[in-house]
Design a protein around this ligand. Structure first.
Ligand code: HEM
Length: 393
């Protein structure tokens, strides 16, 4: 009896193990290097067992293999994913060979038939459904429409400023950037898109600052554009190069998504410069792009942990995008459809704060750049704590 039970448990364990490692070897069989993957955990163990943010697993693989391979074979848990390492190929997948890689992997994870809200988001749609829904979003998010929301944005910026004001007699006010950011985005998005005043700032007050010299340069640019400290209008904000550079540099250091996942929709040959033979990609094959690794590669961004907005001046943004090493909003036909609105909001908020406050980092903010492993998108571990010192009027 005990013998049969042990036999059954052993057979079950072998079956489970076989199931977990069934796909391992998928890439080797196609002639591609396959770094070691673990049963159950795959190539990105911190996704399941978070000791650091799991995008660091991807960054580590990128840094280890980028000089010898254009891609390596990895496994997200047990699903085979080709990890692209060569920026030129990243650009092909996002832009020049887009029609071969039209779909996001997210489409496979969502049952659009059941989830009526999520199925409205182009991000999870495929083929004609994606084209149709993208068209609706694009027509709602034109420059003209965004311009008409500027008065709403001014109101939300005033709320942001007033909740940053010191409450006590001391001239400082301490806030966490995370909560402020959520309130600001909630208030402006609800009102600009849905016409609903969410009043996110009503219940309690609110937050950048390690680089005072950058802040001073930004303040001077804003002061020159609007000595009266009125929030510049959208066109004026878009004409401020240092403001754009500060925002892009922040998005480089903290990309909203540390990776992207694309699905091959038509056969395509990847010609990696490290490989003698092209790799034939077939419909259904999946590609992962290590955005965090690319954004922090010292080959492209010397001293990548340093905040240096100057990198993005004088055509830097266009150059980095064309090299395939800047993907803050993605790239190509599927790049973020809300980019212009997102930029308008972020620039307005940054300008409104820097015009009126000197922002300093409070010691409660942890040094260095460590992402919170328990938050899926990239957030500084422990939060970003800032002091707001009102500038003389
Ligand atoms: C600073 C703010 C924002 C950032 C950093 C951001 C970033 C991104 C990124 C990285 C993607 C993936 C692009 C790709 O796969 O190539 C994306 C897609 C998308 N974003 Fe944004 N986004 C922002 C604001 C917004 C806003 C305000 C909206 C809507 C009002 C929006 C709507 C979308 C949609 C619908 C997609 C899917 C596009 C598609 O698959 O065709 N985003 N965003």
């Amino acid at each position: 009896m005990i013998g049969s039970l042990l036999l059954a448990v052993g057979a079950l364990a072998t079956l489970v193990y076989g199931f977990l490692v069934w796909n391992f070897g998928h890439w080797r069989a196609r002639g591609i290097k396959e770094p070691r993957a673990l049963p159950l955990l795959g190539s990105f163990p911190n996704m399941v067992w978070p000791r650091q943010h799991f995008t660091m697993d991807m960054r580590d693989l990128y840094m280890k293999y980028r000089e010898t391979d254009s891609y390596v074979g990895t496994f997200l848990l047990r699903s085979p994913k080709l990890l692209l390492l060569e920026p030129r190929l990243v650009y092909e997948v996002f832009v020049s060979a887009f029609r071969h890689f039209e779909d996001n992997d997210a489409a496979r994870m969502v049952d659009t038939g059941k989830d009526v809200l999520v199925c409205c988001n182009p991000f999870v749609l495929e083929g004609n459904e994606w084209r149709q829904q993208r068209g609706i979003f694009s027509s709602l998010l034109t420059n003209g429409r965004i311009r008409t929301t500027h008065t709403i944005m001014q109101r939300v910026c005033r709320d942001l400023e007033s909740t940053s004001l010191p409450r006590s007699r001391s001239r400082e006010s301490r806030r966490t950037a995370w909560i402020s950011g959520l309130r600001f985005s909630g208030d402006s998005l609800f009102d600009c898109v849905l016409g609903i005043q969410a009043r996110c700032f009503n219940d309690s007050p609110l937050p950048l600052g390690r680089y005072p010299e950058c802040q001073q340069r930004l303040y001077e640019e804003l002061d020159k554009a609007s000595p009266s400290k009125e929030l510049p209008d959208l066109d004026e904000l878009n004409d401020l190069p240092y403001l754009s550079a500060c925002f892009n540099e922040s998005l480089r250091i903290y990309p909203a998504g540390g990776w992207a996942s694309k699905t091959c929709t038509e056969p395509y040959k990847l010609h990696g410069s490290h490989h003698s033979q092209p790799l034939q990609m077939l419909p259904g094959d999946n590609i992962m792009i290590p955005i965090y690794g690319l954004h922090h590669d010292p080959q492209f961004y010397p001293e990548p942990e340093e905040f240096r907005p100057e990198r993005f001046l004088d055509g830097g943004l266009k150059r980095f995008k064309q090299m395939g090493v800047f993907l803050g909003f993605g790239n190509g036909p599927r790049q973020c459809v809300g980019m212009r609105l997102g930029l308008a909001q972020a620039k307005a908020a940054l300008a409104a704060i820097v015009q009126r406050f000197e922002v300093r980092v409070h010691p409660r903010t942890a040094d260095g750049l460590e992402l919170d492993p328990y938050i899926f998108v990239g957030c500084h571990k422990g939060g970003i704590w800032l002091d707001f010192v009102a500038r003389p009027v």
